[in-house]
Design a protein around this ligand. Sequence first.
Ligand SMILES: [Mn+2]
Length: 298
Amino acid sequence: MKVNVIGVPLNLGCDRLGVERAPNHLRERGLMQLIRKNGHRAFDLGNLYVPPVSEADKFARGKSMKYLDAIVEVNNNLAELVYDTLRGGAFPLVIGGDHSLGLGSASGVGKCFDDFGIIWLDAHGDINTDATSPSGNVHGMPLSALMGMGSEELVNVYAPGNKVNPQNVFLVGTRSLDEGEKALIEREHLSVYTMETIHLKGIGFVADDIKRKLRERKIRNVHFSIDVDSIDPRFAPGTGTRVAEGLMPDEFNDFVDHILSTNLVKSLDLVELNPELDNGEQTTKLCLEIIDRITARI
Ligand SMILES: [Mn+2]
């Protein structure tokens, strides 16, 4: 199929240098050739423009959300690019950058499909709001904003209001949740599959459970958002917010295979690779393997 690669060299959501380098880093190591090898017509749409910021911009809109204006701007543009890509019958492959970009990419998906679900593979919840975030880093808030919770500026990116029904959100690999996030999960009855659940019941059970729910809810389209920190840091050290006891590569691959076998995945983010924090090229290589695996199955 036609695959549009969209680079998002955004680090404002994690407020740490290095992740912005990941899209070019992967390109220089054969990203496009890898996708073409799997039989796709792959186009590189380049990197989205990220406005330059100064230290004064960090808290220009209050202490609770750093670099808010620039992050909103980038996400708005990303949403339009993802929407156009889907409308053109192509697969958007969004390469981060930090996970605040999930807000824009899933917003673009939401404009294209009335019924869609989000599978968010991550060590964290990314469902803080401006009221609950301990850090003010927006990469911890995109998923709550997509569900219509938190600051208006984030909730109304690209289109007014919530983009996805909380019922159709699936968090997987979770092992580090803030108090406000735990409260939101309870309140909204979110489908969260923690590492504890995965260890107890197995990744196959988790994937089957998600597939069953997608079927029951007649969801025909899925946005798959993969944070590299979902994988155990022994295998993926090159990321900014490492949490121990993550997914083993086999579990990760199993899960990806299960989810892609549904043929419901219409778009993908791969985020939070930080080449500057990597152990040599270990995590970079892993990311290329992930993209190879995924593009061989779409
Ligand atoms: Mn994340």
